[in-house]
Design a protein around this ligand. Sequence first.
Ligand code: 13P
Length: 256
Amino acid sequence: MRRKIIAGNWKMNKDIHETATLIAELRERMKEFKNEVDVVICPSYTSLVVAKSLIKDSSIKLGAQNMLQHDDGAYTGEVSTKMLTAIGCEYVILGHSERRQYFKETDELINAKIKKALSAGLTPIVCIGETLDEREAGITDKIITTQVNGVLRGLTSSEVEKLLIAYEPVWAIGTGKNATPEQANQVHKLIRKQVGQMYSWAIAEKLIIQYGGSMNAQNASALLSQSDIDGGLIGGASLKADLFMAIVQAGVESSG
Ligand code: 13P
């Protein structure tokens, strides 16, 4: 059985003071659980150091929302893997649709970032997903297959074993429209099949595939109890302790 992971992508929200408040609330609520699922928070860069010290001695893990594929040098405004690992970051979200849309990130660039993150010992949470136009044109499967191929190009089996994939249909992000559990599960199965064909079924079976896109306290149980949905990557609902913990609770219950 794959262990579920519930990750909060805080996006460009919460300064260090708000970060401290939210982490205090999360820690309090985490006492209800016995580490049945992995819980990760991904605050903005400016909050990472303070977040790391505030989650000390808890089971909450830390992730960043992006990084650059170069070691160091003249890349104004960017952050390297070394900077992230030095502060104890374990995860990094790569290829989020907002990075693809607003910062023109391509599968090729995301692939380079994944390789760099893995070589630094970070666990990439690799995002893929179709837009509304693509879904309505009936080309979701083609888009997903192309993205899986593109972002994993040249990765070895042992590298693929160390990453997570998040299926985030772009039309469901921040819109309040989530994919139905069946719609999402169908795409998760497709991703698993594709990874199985590229690597092996043993690797595909172990691959953690999270769902992201308007996951909330109401729909989390139904989504997380699907056969191939192994967790959530949560935006809006990760900014409030009660809402995020309701999703963690759903993750615990669906872990059986
Ligand atoms: P929402 O949960 O706000 O739809 O965001 C999902 C997301 O983009 C997580 O990375």
